[in-house]
Write a protein that binds this ligand. Structure first.
Ligand SMILES: [Zn+2]
Length: 86
């Protein structure tokens, strides 16, 4: 379910234009509009979850797999020595 008042739902579902790095049926990965570091990206589920407690285990597992995929994709492009997943 989506929340019409949630900006992340709007970003994830394309209602607000973004710099999209990746998209599939469950997620959109975008560059952060106010990056804390070079390559700062957000992994956004297309369904609304208010917090980690609401996130079902299947989506949680997919999130980390996607984070790994994005690190593999972005590391050589950015030429960075490391990364943080927050
Ligand atoms: Zn949301």
């Amino acid at each position: 379910m989506r929340d019409d008042n949630c900006i992340f739902c709007k970003l994830a579902n394309g209602e607000i234009p973004t710099a999209t790095l990746y998209e599939d049926e469950d997620f959109r990965v975008i560059l952060d509009a106010s990056p804390a570091s070079k390559g700062h990206a957000l992994i956004l589920p297309k369904e609304h979850y208010a917090d980690l407690y609401e996130l079902d285990d299947e989506v949680a597992a997919k999130t980390l797999v996607l984070a790994k995929k994005m690190v593999k994709k972005l590391t050589p492009i950015l030429g960075c020595d490391g990364y943080n997943i927050v």
